[in-house]
Design a protein around this ligand. Sequence first.
Ligand code: HEM
Length: 210
Amino acid sequence: MQTSIHNRHFLLRRLHSLFGLLPVGGFLIFHLWENSQSRFGKTHYNEQVVGWLQSINYLTLVEIFFIALPLLFHAVYGLVILYGSQGNWNRYPWLHNRFYWLQRLSGIGILLFLLLHVGWTRILGIWQPDIRIDLFSHMQELLINPYLFLLYLSGLLLAVFHLCNGLWTMAISWGLTTSVEAQRIWFYFCMLLALLLGAMGLHGMLGFLP
Ligand code: HEM
């Protein structure tokens, strides 16, 4: 009985980990690239990028099965992991213990941010189709407000940190980085990736401003 609960938890944890990378992490990177195209102007963004995406057949099904459901699973099971998390922020003052907790806190931050972000773009777009036609102007209206700009910047940084620190922990839990040296090198790589993705995200946000 105990073994079967243990096996189920092990399997769910692996699934949680896998979904964090693919498709959720993959989608995050694609999404940041997509928004970096705002730099090339409203027509390019609305017609070549968003217009092309919206023309994909069965888009809603792709969004539900390849983005929403894996993200929902990752978020719900992430909350289960968070609830069972043990440890102490202060007792072990080293960096990876702090990052262990920041991984969990950033998960909650991302969840709240995504509810707002998806509400303001995808859900609102169902009632106001103009938003879907001219997403560039809609994002511009939001980001021109300094408070909303800061909110989006926080959402971006939390998501990038969460993905990149997650890549670091993932390599340990999947047995890919077993030595201290391998973990150290992989850590530098993950933090470099965080810098690059953060820069790409900020670059895209600035592209919406007039
Ligand atoms: C942009 C959205 C997200 C991405 C790209 C993402 C990605 C990842 C990745 C790659 C990992 C590492 C998995 C591992 O260590 O094996 C991870 C871990 C984690 N995620 Fe997410 N995640 C996202 C959203 C969320 C949300 C909304 C929550 C909900 C609170 C959450 C909670 C967690 C938790 C608690 C962990 C740590 C698991 C552990 O240490 O075993 N994540 N995430």
